[in-house]
Design a protein around this ligand. Structure first.
Ligand code: SF4
Length: 315
């Protein structure tokens, strides 16, 4: 499996981590603890209803694999028909990273009997991240920024077209703390209002709401869960991630967490307390959602960001 050798998370020593963070738990007890935590989040925040069709944004990475498996377990526990559940994976065209993870994902979905739809960035935007990386940098942008916009666009479009009412993502507590800090540093109140266990500011027929069952699970916990489960996943980051703004915020928060344990929980906890106020403000400021004049998907301006980027890259 591909590996970024700078990534210190590439360790199989999960037993040590369980001892460090969950002193009294055996691996079996840890699995139970983790599953209970995720199920509690689904129930407390009413992330989805029994009769809703649900799509999981899957990539073959640890977070989305864990959330896909646990959603299925939740369905089984509460006798929810499995035909209401499917997965979508976006192939961004990142050869060293995505090829391997998609291979793992296909095997995983087959074994779990979950329908998987793979959507190719190149089929939709006539180019992909590897092919455009140099051009993306030349126009002063980062591969992660383009990749993120195209991924969100395709996940929303294909989840909606396949009848999903909610889209489950594998965002964990570390991801959320990073996103909160990134938006703070960039003074982006509108994007901050879209965070939380249920993303988005308000319902709109063209948008599928994103939900995050791993919201209160740390990155380490998700990694331990996957390793105790014995899944052979690629635990390493995509090589482009090092270039992104998020990577620096991640490093900063990890250093803080090391010195002041509980920092990430503190960020997310205080954010949840003020989230209703932020949403209220954002809803007052929200402009009318338009229809992109190129692709007809929802947009804030006449042309959506996904089509705008495609035009910038391909002319
Ligand atoms: S790290 Fe960046 S380029 Fe790589 S998959 Fe994630 S968003 Fe895309």
């Amino acid at each position: 499996m591909g590996c970024n050798e700078n990534n210190k998370e590439c360790t199989n020593n999960y037993n040590k981590k369980i001892v460090l963070q969950h002193g009294k738990l055996t691996p079996q007890e840890f699995l139970q603890y983790f599953e209970t935590k995720v199920f509690k989040t689904i129930k407390k925040y009413k992330l989805f209803e029994r009769n809703e069709k649900i799509c999981v944004a899957a990539s073959g990475g640890k977070d989305s694999t864990a959330v896909l498996h646990l959603t299925k377990r939740y369905y089984e526990r509460y006798n929810i028909p499995l035909e209401n559940l499917f997965a979508i994976a976006i192939d961004e065209g990142i050869e060293r990273h995505r090829n391997e993870s998609l291979k793992n994902l296909k095997q995983f979905c087959k074994a779990e009997n979950i329908k998987l739809i793979i959507v190719n960035v190149k089929d939709n935007f006539k180019t992909n991240i590897d092919e455009s990386a140099e051009k993306i940098r030349k126009i002063g942008r980062k591969p992660c920024m383009v990749c993120g916009i195209w991924r969100r666009y395709l996940l929303n479009k294909y989840a909606r077209e396949n009848g999903a009412k909610k889209l489950i993502t594998g965002h964990n507590l570390d991801d959320e703390a990073q996103a909160i800090m990134m938006n703070q540093f960039k003074a982006n109140v509108s994007l901050t209002a879209s965070l939380g266990p249920i993303s988005g500011k308000k319902d709109h027929k063209m948008f599928v709401r994103r939900i995050k069952p791993l919201y209160f699970c740390t990155n380490d916990e998700v990694e331990i869960y996957c390793k105790v489960k014995g899944w052979e996943l690629d635990f390493c980051d995509c090589l482009y991630s090092q270039e992104g703004y998020r990577s620096q915020i991640k490093q900063m928060l990890n250093e803080f967490e090391e010195k002041y344990p509980g920092t990430k929980h503190g960020i997310v906890k205080s954010f949840l307390e003020i989230l209703p106020l932020i949403k209220e403000k954002a809803n007052q400021d929200i402009g009318k959602i338009k229809e992109c004049e190129i692709c007809k998907e929802p947009a804030n301006k006449n042309v959506c960001n996904a089509c705008k980027l495609q035009k910038e890259l391909l002319g």
